[in-house]
Design a binder for this molecule. Structure first.
Ligand code: GTP
Length: 591
C-alpha cells in the first residue's frame, strides 16, 4: 500500500525515519515521509530522512513543552504536505507517542487532512512505559481516545511490553532454528533502547504496508497475494489494531542438506516440520511477538500473511492457521495470503487483529488515569496552587540517578549536534543559530533556523537547563528518560494494583498447536472439526471462545469472501549481507 507517513514529536519522527529506511532498503518505495517536531535535536538526529522531510517549528522557549502544539503552524504543515507527490497514496499513517505534547496537534492536522485528502487515515500510536509516571499514562489514555475518534484505525505498540521483552529475556531465537540466542541486553542507553523498539515497530508495520507492493524488479512478481485493498479493509473501521509478527530462521548447513536428501521418510518428516513451523510461528505472532498483548477472541477482523521461500511455506500449516484464527475471532472478516520470497533464510508470519475490544494495557492506562485524577483532586483540595509543581514532579520522580546522568549526557550530545558559530559559549542574545543537520541541505533551511531571541535570555536548544537547575526538568528532550521503568520510584503499588484490571490473555496450553496431530479437549471449542480439513486437530488448551465467538448458528448473514492464498514472488537483494546486518529475527524480505 502506498502510504504517506507523518511523524509527530520525537517518537513519531524516529518511527517514521525507521519506516522510511526499511522502505528504501526493500526497494519497494511505497512510503512518503514527513516529520514534525519542535525539538531541533530530535530532528537532527534522524539518520535516514531527507532534510526536506523534516519540519521544524522553533519555539521562543522550547523547554515550555506544554506549548509545543501552539508553536506548530498547521497551515504551514499543509503547504508542505501539498508540495509532496501524494497523488498515488492509498492511505495516511500518523505516527506518534501517546502522552507526549506534539500529539496535541493531531486533531487540527487530521481535520485539515480530511479536507484535502479522501484516503483513510490511520494512526500508529505508542503506549508509554509505566515507569514514566502516572501523568504520562493518564495523558496517553486521553490521547488514545482522542485519536480513536479522529482516525479510521489505531495500530497500537506497547513500549512497556516490548521494553520488558527486549531488556529482560534471553530466549532461543527459534525452536527449530539454528539455536542462536538473543544476547541479554544490559544497561542500554535510552537511544539504543528506543532504537530497538523502533526497529521492531518498523518490521511489524513496515512489512504490512509493503504487503501488496513489490520492488522494481516487477517481472519476477507473478501474482499479487494481498493487495493494498485487503490490508486497508482489515484496518479500516477497525478501532484498535494489534500486529503480530514472528519469524524463524531456517536450518542451514551441510547436515541439513544431507538429511533432506536421505529418504522418502525424511521428506515426509520435513513436510511435518514445515507444517509445525508455520503453526508455531502463528502462535508466537498472536501470543508473544505482538505489538500489544490482546485477547484474540475479542477481534473483529483478522489478516494472516505467511512469507518465506516457497518450498518452506507449508500450505497445510497455512490452512490450519487460517482456520484457527477465523474460528477464534469474534467477527466475520478474515483475510489471508502467502508471500513467497526468494533467497531468504527465514520463514515469517504476520497476523493483524483489528477491532479489538480487550487490550489489557489500554484498560490499565485508563485505570491509571482515573487513579491519577483522584490524586490530583485530593492534592488540589489539600494545597490549591501546588498542583502544577507536583504534576511535573510526578513525571520525573521515577528517574534513577544513572538515567538522570545519561539524560544530561544526551543533552550534551544534542548540543554538539548544533552547528554553532565560533565562540558559541559567549554568543550574543540576538545571534541567529543555523542548525544544519547534514551538509548539502539547501531548500528547507528556513525550518531549521532558530529566530533571534527578544529577551536577554539565551535559547536553551537542548532543553537541558532545567534538568540541573531547580526548575522542573524539561519533558521534550530528545532522549529523555521516558520509556525506562525504574522500580524504585515507580507509582505507588497500591495505586497501581488497585486500578489495573488485567484480564489475562487467553493462551493455549503448550502443544495445543504443536504439530500435525493434535486433538481437541472437551468442551473448549464450539466445533470439533476445526482443523479437520488440514488434518490437524487442537488440544483443549486453546482459548475458550467468548460469547460472541461464532459457532455455526451464531454467525448471521453471509460470510465475506475469504481471500485464497495466491502466489507472488519478491526479489530479495543481497540476502547474505542482510543476514550479517540483522543477526536476530530480521527476515530478509524487507530487502
Ligand atoms: N517506541 C518509541 N517510543 C518513544 C520514542 N520516543 C518517545 N517515545 C514514547 O513516546 C512518548 C511521547 O514522547 P515524544 O514523542 O518524544 O514526545 P513529544 O510529543 O515529542 O513531546 P514531549 O512530550 O515534549 O517530549 C514517550 O512518553 C515515550 O513513551 C521512540 O523513539 N520510540
Amino acid at each position: 500500500m502506498r502510504v504517506l507517513t507523518i511523524g509527530l514529536g520525537g517518537a513519531g519522527s524516529r518511527v517514521v525515519d525507521k519506516l522510511y529506511d526499511h522502505d528504501q532498503r526493500s526497494g519497494v518505495h511505497c512510503t512518503n515521509a514527513v516529520v514534525i517536531d519542535v525539538d531541533p535535536n530530535s530532528l537532527l538526529q534522524l539518520p535516514h530522512l531527507p532534510n526536506d522531510a523534516r519540519i521544524f517549528f522553533p519555539g521562543v522557549n522550547i523547554t515550555d513543552h506544554a506549548a509545543a502544539a501552539d508553536l506548530i503552524d498547521i497551515d504551514e504543515v499543509m503547504t508542505r504536505l501539498q508540495r509532496m507527490d501524494t497523488i498515488e497514496i492509498d492511505s495516511i499513517l500518523i505516527c506518534c507517542g501517546l502522552g507526549g505534547s506534539v500529539i496535541d496537534i493531531a486533531p487540527f492536522i487530521i481535520e485539515k487532512i480530511r479536507v484535502s485528502y479522501v484516503e483513510p487515515i490511520f494512526a500508529l500510536a505508542i503506549l508509554p512505559c509505566l515507569g514514566e509516571g502516572k501523568r504520562v499514562s493518564a495523558k496517553a489514555a486521553d490521547d488514545l481516545e482522542m485519536l480513536q475518534e479522529l482516525v479510521d484505525g489505531v495500530i497500537l505498540f506497547d513500549n512497556e511490553t516490548w521494553s520488558r521483552k527486549l531488556l529482560a529475556c534471553e530466549r532461543p531465537e527459534s525452536a527449530g532454528g539454528s539455536g542462536r540466542r538473543r544476547q541479554p541486553l544490559e544497561a542500554p542507553d535510552p537511544r539504543t533502547h528506543y532504537n530497538m523498539l523502533n526497529e521492531r515497530i518498523a518490521r511489524q508495520v513496515g512489512l504490512l504496508l509493503r504487503a501488496g507492493e513489490f520492488n522494481e524488479g516487477g517481472v519476477e512478481v507473478a501474482e499479487v497475494v494481498l493487495d493494498a485493498g485487503e490490508v486497508l479493509n482489515t484496518l479500516k473501521d477497525g478501532g484498535l489494531v494489534a500486529v503480530g509478527y514472528a519469524t524463524e530462521r531456517l536450518p542451514t548447513g551441510l547436515t541439513n542438506l544431507l538429511r533432506r536428501r536421505r529418504s522418502l521418510k525424511d521428506l515426509i518428516q520435513g513436510s511435518h516440520e514445515r507444517t509445525a513451523r508455520i503453526i508455531s510461528l502463528a502462535k508466537r505472532a498472536v501470543y508473544e511477538d505482538i505489538s500489544i498483548p490482546c485477547d484474540l477472541t475479542s477481534a473483529d477482523k483478522a489478516l494472516v500473511l505467511i512469507a518465506g521461500p516457497s518450498a518452506e511455506l507449508s500450505m497445510k500449516g497455512f490452512h490450519a492457521v487460517r482456520k484457527w484464527i477465523d474460528r477464534s475471532i469474534a467477527g466475520l472478516e478474515m483475510r489471508s495470503g502467502d508471500y513467497p520470497v526468494r533467497n531468504t533464510a527465514y520463514v515469517g508470519i504476520i497476523v493483524v487483529l483489528s477491532g479489538l475490544s480487550n487490550i489489557p494495557r489500554v484498560g490499565e492506562i485508563q485505570n491509571i488515569r482515573a487513579d491519577y485524577m483522584l490524586e490530583c483532586e485530593e492534592e488540589a483540595s489539600r494545597a490549591p496552587g501546588d498542583l502544577e509543581g507536583d504534576d511535573h514532579a510526578s513525571s520525573f520522580e521515577v528517574l534513577s540517578p544513572e538515567w538522570a546522568e545519561y539524560g544530561d549526557e544526551t543533552m550534551m550530545e544534542k548540543d554538539e549536534m548544533i552547528d554553532m558559530p565560533a565562540g558559541a559559549g559567549t554568543r550574543q542574545k540576538d545571534e541567529t543559530i543555523d542548525i544544519s543537520p547534514k551538509p548539502g541541505k539547501r531548500e528547507e533551511d528556513g525550518d531549521l533556523i532558530l529566530p533571534p531571541r527578544e529577551s536577554g535570555r539565551e535559547i536553551d536548544l537542548a532543553g537541558s537547563a532545567s534538568v540541573t537547575s531547580s526548575v522542573p526538568a524539561p519533558k521534550n528532550s530528545t532522549f529523555d528518560l521516558k520509556g525506562i521503568r525504574v522500580e524504585k520510584t515507580a507509582p505507588r503499588d497500591d495505586g497501581m494494583s488497585g486500578s489495573a484490571s488485567f484480564k489475562p490473555v487467553q493462551r493455549p496450553k503448550e502443544g495445543a498447536l504443536s504439530g500435525e496431530r493434535v486433538t481437541f479437549g472437551h468442551g473448549q471449542r464450539p466445533r470439533d472439526d476445526l482443523f479437520d480439513e488440514a488434518g490437524v486437530r487442537m488440544h483443549g488448551g486453546v482459548p475458550a471462545p467468548k460469547d460472541r465467538l461464532p459457532d455455526g448458528a451464531a454467525r448471521p448473514g453471509p460470510r465475506p469472501k475469504e481471500v485464497e492464498p495466491g502466489r507472488g514472488k519478491l526479489r530479495v537483494l543481497d540476502a547474505a549481507a542482510r543476514e550479517e546486518e540483522e543477526p536476530d529475527d530480521g527476515i530478509t524480505w524487507i530487502l
